[in-house]
Design a protein around this ligand. Structure first.
Ligand SMILES: C[S@@+](CC[C@H](N)C(=O)[O-])C[C@H]1O[C@@H](n2cnc3c(N)ncnc32)[C@H](O)[C@@H]1O
Length: 233
């Protein structure tokens, strides 16, 4: 009887379009318990749009790419939440984190592909984010429109890049700039790939990698991860 009721409830919820599980404690959830992760997350939660599980994916990849050397970049900083997470995570490894954003809101979107609008995410400023990251000496700021702001890092190689820009033209430009500068084994994470609110982001990634040896891997967090082929120059 109890089992039938559970089955009916689960089936009903799933048919309504919800992903519903009655089984509890079926997996470990280190984003709730890992002391080192929770320490670097201090102060981040109120300053980011990225939930703790996605932050945990960033934390893991930022750490695991340390042996490659190279630098770290984030495009799409907004109020500095994930930037602080990355800066604190890689500081012990000596890597610099390069931070790109207009710090004044979303630039022009592709209206045929994007649902966001120009000027979204304007509730921030370079001064405010600088102050928020004052405890991280390993960050560099590049305010303005990316890729126009990327000239100072044109000769830099990267081991980890976080792309959190939501819209087609920006994701396309991030792929074009960072892919050739990504070290073999280096990782790019695209935050918005699986969000219904960001169809242009997914299209830009899929188009760019269609003729590349790497296959973008979709994560259950709605992020997408690309690992640069080890045979890359
Ligand atoms: C979703 S927010 C980033 C969220 C942030 N990572 C966090 O922790 O909450 C997206 C950001 O991308 C920035 N952005 C999008 N395209 C850009 C471009 N081409 N150049 C500079 N900034 C861009 C916007 O200004 C906005 O602040």
């Amino acid at each position: 009887m109890k089992r039938t009721a559970k089955r009916l409830l689960t089936t009903g919820m799933n048919r309504m379009g919800f992903e519903f599980h009655l089984t509890r404690h079926w997996r470990i959830e280190p984003w709730n318990t890992d002391a080192e992760f929770l320490r670097v997350m201090e102060g981040v939660a109120g300053r980011t749009l990225v939930d703790p599980v996605r932050c945990y994916m960033l934390w893991q990849q930022a750490r695991s790419t340390a042996p490659l050397g190279g630098d770290v970049a984030e495009v799409g900083v907004y109020r500095g939440g994930t930037a602080r997470l990355l800066a604190r995570t890689v500081q012990p490894t000596g890597r610099t984190v390069h931070l790109f954003d207009t710090f004044a809101g979303m630039p022009a979107v592709d209206a045929a592909r994007d649902l966001h609008r120009e000027g979204d995410f304007a509730e921030t400023s370079l001064d405010e984010v600088r102050a928020f990251l004052a405890g991280s000496p390993n960050v560099r700021f590049y305010p303005g429109f990316f890729p126009q702001t990327a000239e100072p890092v044109r000769d830099t190689r990267f081991s980890f890049v976080h792309v959190d820009v939501d819209i087609y033209p920006s994701v396309r430009d991030c792929c074009a700039f960072f892919y050739p500068r990504l070290l073999p084994g280096g990782v790019m994470i695209f935050d918005d790939y699986g969000f219904l609110s960001c169809p242009g982001a997914r299209q830009a990634v899929d188009e760019f990698f269609a003729d590349k040896p790497e296959t973008p891997c979709y994560l259950p967090t709605a992020q997408c991860m690309v690992v640069r082929a080890c045979t890359a120059p």
